[in-house]
Design a protein. Structure first.
Length: 197
């Protein structure tokens, strides 16, 4: 049995279900909402590469390195984006959360906070993770702000770490949250979701 098994998670009108080829059209439409693939510092698939994006995620799941989710509106089934557990390290009980992106129309809404609350709850309370990590491009300031808003702490920057889609080399900003920090972070995320908008 794998450390991270496929699972469906629900809260606040949002459903995370394991990404499959059945989500291809919805994922393409979500990426097109804001032409997200044009953002240099993200991994959002170009419309014609949506199938390959899903196939790559499924291959990584088969290898035990990633569990990608389709993020859905629970009421309508509309695909709003995607997020994943990745860089899964069972021996040290660590996962990272990433490959996260949402249709422009649902950014700055409750969607990201809900998704991260669902995923961190599963990681810490079901999988028994000791650490949950995040990584992002050093020029993806919106992502860094979102990660910090979740309560994660900046660990540092790995210089010359990865290639961007345009072939340039990026520095990667690393973040983490420990099991001991989780109760306070969980309470804060629930507060953010409960307060009037």
């Amino acid at each position: 049995m794998a450390f991270v098994e496929p699972v469906t998670l629900n809260k606040n009108g949002i459903t995370l279900e394991p990404l499959t080829l059945d989500h291809e059209d919805g994922l393409r439409q979500a990426a097109a909402d804001g032409q997200l693939w044009n953002i240099r510092v993200t991994s959002v698939p170009e419309p014609e590469h949506t199938r390959r994006y899903i196939e790559d995620a499924l291959a990584m799941r088969e290898a035990g390195n990633r569990l990608a989710f389709a993020v859905l509106d629970s009421a309508t089934g509309q695909v709003l984006g995607s997020s994943s557990f990745h860089d899964i390290l069972p021996a040290v009980k660590r996962v990272e959360i990433g490959y996260t992106w949402y249709a422009k129309s649902v950014q700055r809404s409750h969607v990201n906070t809900t998704c991260k609350l669902l995923m961190m709850t599963h990681a810490f309370e079901t999988l028994g993770c000791r650490v949950v990590g995040w990584r992002t491009d050093n020029f993806n300031f919106a992502s860094q702000t979102a990660i910090e808003r979740l309560g994660a702490r900046k660990d540092g920057v790995i210089r010359g770490h990865a290639l961007r889609r345009d072939g340039t080399i990026r520095d990667t900003v690393m973040y983490s949250l420990t099991q001991g920090e989780w109760p306070e972070v969980r309470a804060q995320l629930q507060y953010l979701l409960d307060k009037p908008r």
